[in-house]
Every structure is written in structure tokens, then in C-alpha cells.
Design a binder for this molecule. Structure first.
Ligand SMILES: *Cc1c(COP(=O)(O)O)cnc(C)c1O
Length: 358
């Protein structure tokens, strides 16, 4: 199969080789060294400010979202949250569940965030801002400079879900003034699912100190304390952490986060140019490099997905809910090449011949 979904994505050989081995015992100096290196490389790739820390949570990206809400926000906060799709809706649900006072900035599906959207919330006593910088469900990447300036002006603690954006799009935690940046193992890190990664700037660390523990398993205090010696409080997804290490080292050798962003950008650009002749509408108002969102109003998008999967050995990324039949997405993260793009476009052309794409 060629996998154009947005996660889990294709891994390269060094990551797959680790998956074929037994999981080693992890309360050792050797594993601690791996974890300390993971922390250092993630901070480097996220441009984390001086004094930041990184923790590795065993759980998918949503675990990091929930942990960030319960460890760094409380009922004294007044949060703003951007809801432009299903991941924005997840943050809203978490704030509701955990009793954090909040206001939702509802965006029309597929629309970028604008200064008009933010204007009503200037100087209104807000304390925190939550955003999925790339709303993966629509392919829209919000403008980080716009958000960053708004947060700095209003002294807001900024939580950035960069789960599908880390390594695919530019990311500068220090310049943005972000308190927390989140990612996960199965997106552009291109490892199996199981680990989510949280980078905490000093503003977030101060909140962790102040806010009492609400959930033992997801407690940042315990993760931070154990992380000082390269360990975790409980048994982590050991093999995935070893795979993350191999991947981070490989990225470092190949020119770091910037080189990988450029590779994703080139793949995305190549794909977008190759499909100009097809009857798909691309929403390119503010696209992430991680994915291209395609509207296929004259076709059945679910049929395209099923046929490519069953007959052509290709996974594209279907949409759920109301948009299952009129749109789908094509990812550009993980171990993909221009040749894979060519194979996908050939398959699209075959579906045109068969009348499935029209
Ligand atoms: C993938 C993703 C998540 C996390 O989803 P999980 O299924 O829990 O890994 C969260 N936010 C965004 C923007 C994502 O793309």
C-alpha cells in the first residue's frame, strides 16, 4: 500500500527495523540517554526558548491535548479556543469536560482565522488561547504571527496543538511566545502511534507547579520530575520512543526540522500542480504542507477512497461525518516521494477513465 493519510504514515527503514525487534528493558542508563537526547532534539526542532522542557506521554495526540488542559489551566482561567473543524471541537469538548471557563471562536469550515475574528476579544480579560495551528480536518493552517501578536498584546498563555504541523510547517515556539507545543508520534515524526510529545516553555512550567494534580497518569509534574534523569513515571511505549530517537537523529543528519519542512512543502507543491486537470477543488487559502484538502462535488469521495484502497493499493485520507461523500484529503507527510505522487495521479486518471471521477 502507498499511504497518503495523515497518520499513521509511512516510516522509513531505520524506524521499521526497530519495530521488528524485542522491546528492551527501560530502567537503564542506556534508555535514559535515549530519552535525554529525544528531549534535546525535540526542543531544538521546535525552537523552544531557554528553560523549556519536553515530556513524552504514552497515548495518542489527544492525550497530550487533555494533559495540557488539566495540567496548565484551571477554573480561574478564561480561555479563548479556535474551532474550525473536528480538532478544534475536541479542544472545546475538553475545556467543557474539565470546567475551564472559555469562549469559542467558531470559524466557518475551511476558512482561515482573520484579525476580524479576533478583534472582539481584545482586552476582555482572557488568560489563555488554544489553537490547532493546522486544523487537520480541513487542511487549513492558521496564521501563527496573527495569533502570536494577539496573545502577546493581551498577555495570553498560548497552547498550540501542532500535532500535524510539527516538521511539516514552520514552527518557532520562541518567536510565537507559545507556552506549550504538542505533537504526536504518528504524524510527520513518521513513527507508529503511541507517544505524544509536549514541549513546555517556562510559562507552562510555572503553571504546572501551581496547579494541583488532577490525573495521576497524565500528570506533567511526575513526567517532568522523572524526565530530569531520562525516565518516565510508568512503563512508556518503549519501542516507539526508540523509533522516535532514530527518526530525530536521522532528521538532524539531514538538516533538521527546516529540511523536513522543505521536503513536505515540495511534495505538497508537486502534488497540487499534478492534479490541475482533475475535477477537484483545492482549498488553498491557507494550506498546511501536511495535507491537501480536496472537494470533489461531482464525485462520491467515499467511492474514490474505497476503490483506491481495494483495487490500486493506495490509501488517501477520507473525511468523516457530513463531508464523507464530497471531500477527501491527500497527505504529504511521512516517507513519501514524488514517484508516489505520480502513482496516485495515475490512479486518479484511471478512475476518470472508469467514470468514478467525473
Ligand atoms: C492527529 C491530530 C490530533 C490527535 O489525534 P489522535 O488520534 O489522538 O492522535 C490532534 N490534533 C490534530 C490537529 C491532529 O492532526
Amino acid at each position: 500500500m502507498i499511504n497518503f493519510t495523515v497518520g499513521p504514515v509511512q516510516s522509513d527503514d531505520c524506524v521499521k527495523a526497530i519495530g521488528a525487534q524485542d522491546t528492551p528493558y527501560f530502567r537503564t542508563d542506556e534508555f535514559s540517554q535515549v530519552m535525554l537526547e529525544n528531549e534535546a532534539l525535540v526542543k531544538e526542532f521546535a525552537h523552544a526558548p531557554e528553560g523549556s522542557r519536553t515530556v513524552f506521554v504514552t497515548g495518542s495526540g489527544t492525550a497530550a491535548m487533555e494533559a495540557s488542559v488539566i495540567n496548565t489551566l484551571d477554573s480561574n482561567d478564561k480561555a479563548l479556543v479556535v474551532n474550525g473543524g473536528s480538532f478544534g471541537a475536541r479542544f472545546v469538548q475538553l475545556l467543557e469536560l474539565h470546567g475551564i471557563p472559555h469562549t469559542v471562536i467558531e470559524l466557518e469550515r475551511g476558512c482561515p482565522l482573520t484579525s476580524e475574528d479576533l478583534a472582539p476579544y481584545e482586552n476582555q480579560g482572557y488568560t489563555a488561547f488554544l489553537v490547532n495551528i493546522h486544523e487537520t480536518s480541513t487542511g487549513i493552517r492558521y496564521n501563527p504571527e496573527l495569533i502570536s501578536e494577539f496573545c502577546k498584546r493581551n498577555d495570553l498563555y498560548l497552547i498550540v496543538d501542532a500535532i500535524s504541523s510539527f516538521l511539516a510547517d514552520p514552527l518557532d515556539m520562541e518567536e510565537w511566545g507559545a507556552g506549550i507545543v504538542l505533537t504526536g508520534s504518528q504524524k510527520a515524526l513518521a513513527c507508529p502511534p503511541g507517544i505524544s510529545v509536549v514541549v513546555l516553555a517556562p510559562a507552562a512550567l510555572e503553571r504546572v507547579e501551581r496547579i494541583p494534580m488532577k490525573c495521576m497518569y497524565l500528570d506533567f509534574g511526575l513526567l517532568l520530575e522523572n524526565g530530569l534523569r531520562g525516565q518516565t513515571p510508568f512503563t512508556p511505549a518503549v519501542s516507539v520512543l526508540l523509533q522516535i530517537n532514530a527518526r530525530l537523529r536521522e532528521l538532524k543528519e539531514r538538516g533538521g526540522a527546516i529540511a523536513e519542512q522543505e521536503r513536505c512543502a515540495a511534495l505538497a507543491e508537486d502534488f497540487r500542480a499534478r492534479i490541475a486537470h482533475l475535477p477537484f477543488q483545492m482549498n488553498l487559502s491557507s494550506p498546511s504542507n501536511a495535507v491537501t484538502s480536496l472537494l470533489a462535488p461531482t464525485c462520491d469521495a467515499r467511492e474514490i477512497f474505497e476503490t483506491l484502497k481495494d483495487e490500486y493499493g493506495i490509501w488517501v485520507c477520507p473525511n468523516g461525518g457530513d463531508h464523507a461523500h464530497d471531500s477527501f484529503r491527500v497527505g504529504h507527510i511521512g516517507n513519501l516521494t514524488v514517484d508516489d505522487n505520480i502513482a496516485l495521479v495515475q490512479a486518479f486518471d484511471a478512475l476518470v477513465q472508469r467514470g468514478i471521477i467525473h
